[in-house]
Design a binder for this molecule. Structure first.
Ligand SMILES: *Cc1c(COP(=O)(O)O)cnc(C)c1O
Length: 356
């Protein structure tokens, strides 16, 4: 049976990416070697890295003065690398979920860190508005998409200080104005590649402003200078990222993808609103994520939760169980998830309703 993969991360990749990586495992770029066993300094892999960086720049319309690098360590390593490299005295954080809270915690190790606003009072089910960013902060950190709670900051923020954004789960899902950010980072395993690599986009003039000593491997400048080849980069994950970006470009880029993502999300949110068995966990449509769509059973049907999980599974729908801190369901509708999978979930919800 065809599987409909709604996992939150690692998550679905385009069939194109899977096919091309299988090809690359057998014979990478005509080298006669596998991508798993070739030197990162080989001309074939250097070309792959260069092209992947060029594709990121092209697809996100990265302006001059920015650098694109690929690092190991996951998005979570960025939680400490960001303050280590950018916070001299004070940083400001918008605390909109579990990942944002973890990032905020690390910032406190490197100076004063201010919580500008938080939505913790309502289990992170909304995006705080009308907050003031301190003008003396070195940067303002946001998490554009809150993977666990299903909220998304869909507008590039206006801020009196440089903005740093964790875009792990919505990068490449919509156009962003990169010039509004000093630094963007994203773990690859949601919308780009298998786990193992993190994309970082940095405005060069944001660096070199802190007085502390930075360990070589944790200094962004090391990796910029070495073209992400200071040490062995996650070769396989970068190669897979290149395939996804080629696929995305072919699909019409982030603008075309955004349109499809909006269609997929409205199809599912509309059904959640209509279906008597379910309610959305994020009430303001403005704040609802296009990537992670969270919903729970309506109070009078709560006891049907397990049964719906099993029913969905019987239809090939996998990965819709919500994170333990929210419960219920979370359907992740990343770029690679086809419209047909959303239709399959909507049909299952309808059929389950008619049975109950
Ligand atoms: C998944 C995720 C992370 C953590 O990524 P790792 O690569 O596992 O460290 C951080 N931030 C957001 C928004 C995420 O979705």
């Amino acid at each position: 049976m065809k599987k409909h993969n709604f996992y939150a991360g690692p998550s679905i990749l385009p069939q194109y990416t899977l096919d091309k990586t299988i090809e690359g495992i057998r014979n990478f770029s005509g080298s006669g070697l596998s991508v798993l066993e070739i030197s990162h300094r080989s001309k074939e892999f250097v070309a792959c890295m260069d092209d992947t960086i060029a594709l990121v720049k092209e697809l996100l319309d990265v302006p001059a003065g920015y650098q694109v690098i690929f690092l190991g360590g996951g998005a979570s390593l960025q939680f400490c690398m960001v303050p280590m490299n950018l916070s001299e005295k004070k940083s400001a954080y918008l605390v909109t979920g579990e990942w944002a809270s973890k990032a905020f915690k690390e910032a406190k190790l490197f100076g004063e860190a201010v919580e500008v606003a938080s939505s913790k009072d309502k289990n992170f089910s909304y995006i705080p508005k009308n907050y003031a960013v301190p003008a003396d902060a070195d940067y303002f950190h946001i998490t554009t998409n809150n993977t666990i709670f299903g909220t998304e900051l869909k507008k590039d923020p206006d801020s009196p200080v440089p903005v740093v954004a964790d875009m792990s789960s919505d990068i490449f899902s919509r156009p962003v104005d990169v010039s509004k950010y000093a630094l963007i980072y994203a773990g690859a395993q949601k919308n780009l590649a298998p786990a193992g690599v993190t994309l970082v986009i940095i405005r060069e003039d944001a660096l070199g402003k802190v007085s502390r000593q930075i360990p070589t491997m944790l200094d962004y400048r090391t990796h910029i200078k070495a073209g992400s080849m200071f040490n062995t980069p996650p070769v396989f994950a970068v190669f897979a990222a290149q395939q996804t970006l080629i696929w995305l470009k072919e699909k019409g880029g982030v603008k075309a993808m955004h349109k499809i993502n909006q269609e997929k999300a409205s199809m599912l949110y509309d059904e959640i609103e209509r279906n008597k068995l379910f309610v959305p966990t994020v009430s303001d449509p403005e704040d609802r994520s296009l990537m992670n769509i969270c919903f729970v059973m309506a109070p009078e049907y709560r006891e049907l939760e397990k049964e719906f999980s099993g029913f969905a599974r019987s239809k090939g729908i996998v990965g819709i169980e919500g994170h333990r801190s929210v419960g219920g369901f979370r359907a992740s509708t990343y770029n690679a998830l086809p419209v047909e999978s959303v239709k399959a979930l909507v049909d299952a919800m309808k059929e389950f309703e008619s049975k109950n």
